[in-house]
Design a protein around this ligand. Structure first.
Ligand SMILES: Cc1ncc(C[n+]2csc(CCOP(=O)(O)OP(=O)(O)O)c2C)c(N)n1
Ligand SMILES: [Mg+2]
Length: 584
């Protein structure tokens, strides 16, 4: 390759498939990548080194996928990860499905066998293409070295268009190590495909008119937003419609931050756990559901919303509309575009709507204040071990408006989903609700921290989820991320224990963890570590963590061990459970 070709964005000449992969990723200006090498992809790794691109060795490919997924949520740019043949590839599955279900743009590379020897019991060989195919939006197998640029263009287009999602690029060893004479023209990429949403599609105009007519007639309309509001970056459009038309906004865990939780129009979380939003849904006479699948948690196992309430469903994936709740009006399109079009269609009516809904709107802060009064004993609790609600209150107090809270799949996500308040619209709360795996917190925190290096990032995780991922503390330290990890230490697989308490009369099986001092472990690993047993110490510990910018800090918070008081917003000593019920 000539010197001038190397310096330009359009390299040319003879190079390996791995080099061509790296050149395409450089053209795409991707962020840091996460993976663990193996023989098949080594030319790719070598090219990354030569090109000076950032790639982090992770200690488990699942964590690489989680970190890439969180990176993508913060930036809306495809998160990049890789794994080697066989176990490396299969370890990617959980993280890829998180991205698939959450609609997160990702590109993952998996090395595969040399095709001259495939299916002759090669070491680590398995049917990885078949295993990975249902875990991704599209699986692309590269059969020729010369097709690397073309198929990477395809990977970006798929990852960032429609409902975004993960793409798996399967690269046989001989394709990665093989060489081809590339022309400069081979290295091109459509810049619109580098960030989701690549293209915005607007709902049909007649459908917008029908939806606008329904909203205009409604006395108590309510907007319910899911994670699609972030993917579409529809924050301004959402607030503009809600304010102009005086419509409160509830959110799922993934939709938190569509508008700031502290905004007077915010009705908070709806679904399995709710402050006031579920009651508002029941009393609503029109629901506008935006970028939300209306799945099990959002609907309290399909108990919400009543089919009698007319529902407008604005969704990028046409076949998602009406899947769980029938839609009176289907708006197929991008969330931001649809909200803008609805606002335009209703603009002439705005003054009248604001007057007509003034009393309705005044109810929201009143109800929210009443909820806070009722919840005050928990939020302000000074009990030891520490009450989870008190921990959430301290997070609310200490985390600044621009910070990001990454929440793990156990209690951490549900408690903060209910009680944590974002202070500005945007991706300030990142829960892994795509697949709700425990263990996302720490690697997700690493990905988010690398995506937003100047912004305070806190990851909150259960002790069980943290145990799964302890090795990634080494990654975080090596990467020099100033991440704060809050470990909710209840010495239990708490969710399971709470359910066993409620449903099996306290017959516990495989739900206790041994008492650990995670702060001491973190210090041994060269990170900061603070153990907190006194609720009045949480605030200072969090500040100390946020101030440390060069390495991670683990704050080990000793929380309630009483399985009767582990579920958010529920005291399950008072819960009556009938056969088949799912209380949480
Ligand atoms: C990979 C995975 N395995 C199992 C579960 C089921 N599960 C949900 S919450 C939970 C308890 C996790 O314990 P911990 O991380 O300590 O959180 P806690 O509920 O105690 O706060 C389990 C096992 C899951 N979500 N993900
Ligand atoms: Mg636990």
């Amino acid at each position: 390759m000539t010197q001038s070709a190397r310096a330009s964005n359009r390299p040319a000449g003879r190079m390996s498939g791995g080099r061509a992969m790296a050149e395409m990723l450089r053209l795409a200006e991707v962020g840091p990548m996460f993976g663990m090498g193996g023989f098949q992809l080594l030319p790719f790794y070598d090219a990354l080194a030569q090109l000076g691109m950032r790639h982090f060795l992770i200690n488990d490919e699942r964590c690489g996928a989680f970190a890439a997924e969180a990176f993508a949520r913060v930036t809306n740019r495809p998160g990049i990860c890789d794994g080697t043949l066989g176990p490396g590839a299969t370890n990617l599955v959980t993280g890829l499905i998180e991205g698939l279900n959450a609609g997160t743009p990702m590109i993952a590379f998996a090395g595969d066998t040399n095709r001259s020897h495939s299916w002759k019991n090669m070491t680590q060989e398995c049917r990885q293409v078949e295993i990975l195919r249902p875990a991704v939006k599209e699986l692309i197998r590269v059969e020729e070295t010369k097709r690397v640029p073309e198929l990477l263009r395809r990977a970006f287009a798929v990852a960032t268009s429609g409902r975004p999602g993960p793409v798996l690029v399967d690269v046989p060893e001989d394709v990665c190590h093989g060489e081809h004479d590339f022309a400069a023209e081979d290295f091109a990429i459509d810049p619109t495909t580098l960030q989701a949403p690549a293209r915005r599609v607007r709902p049909d105009r007649a459908d917008i008119a029908r939806a606008a007519a329904l909203i205009a007639r409604a006395k108590r309309p309510l907007i319910l937003v899911g994670g699609g509001i972030h993917l579409s970056q529809g924050y301004e459009a959402l607030l503009a419609l809600a304010e102009a038309q005086s419509i409160p906004v509830g959110h799922t865990m993934s939709g938190k931050g569509g508008i700031a939780c502290s905004h007077p129009l915010s009705a908070g979380l709806f679904g399995r756990y709710s402050r006031i939003a579920n009651e508002l849904i029941e009393a609503a006479d029109c629901l506008l559901v935006v970028g939300c699948k209306l799945g099990e948690i959002a609907t309290k196992r399909y108990a919400l919303p009543s089919p009698a309430i007319p529902l407008i469903h604005l969704e990028i994936l046409a076949e998602e509309i009406g899947r769980c709740s029938p839609a009176a009006v289907a708006l197929w399109g991008d969330a931001r575009a649809g909200l803008e079009d609805l606002a335009a269609a209703l603009a002439d009516d705005a003054r009248h709507a604001r007057v007509a809904r003034a009393d309705y709107l005044r109810e929201i802060p009143v109800q929210m204040r009443a909820w806070r009064t009722e919840a005050a004993a928990r939020l302000d609790s000074s009990e030891r071990p520490i009450h989870m609600a008190r921990l959430c209150r301290e997070l609310n107090q200490v985390l600044p408006a621009d910070s990001i809270l990454v929440a793990d799949g156990g209690f951490a996500g549900h408690w903060t989903g209910l009680l944590y308040d974002t202070k500005s619209p945007g991706r300030h709360f990142i829960p892994d609700r795509g697949l709700a795996s425990i263990g996302y917190g720490l690697p997700g925190g690493i990905g988010a921290a690398l995506a937003a290096p100047t912004i305070p990032v806190v990851a909150i995780t259960g002790d069980g989820g943290f145990n799964m991922m302890l090795g990634e503390l080494e990654t975080a330290r090596r990467a020099g991320v100033g991440l704060t990890v809050v470990v909710v230490n209840n010495a239990a697989s708490g969710y399971v224990k709470a359910l066993q308490h409620a449903m099996f009369r306290g017959r516990y099986q495989s739900s206790d963890l041994v008492e650990m001092d995670y702060a001491a472990i973190a210090r041994t690993m060269g990170c900061g570590g603070i153990r907190v047993e006194d609720p009045d110490r949480i605030c200072d510990a969090l500040r100390e963590g946020l101030d440390e910018r060069s390495h991670p800090t683990v704050i080990d918070v000793v929380v309630t061990r009483d399985p009767a008081r582990m579920l958010p917003a529920v005291d399950n000593r008072t819960v009556e459970i009938r056969h088949g019920d799912r209380i949480a």
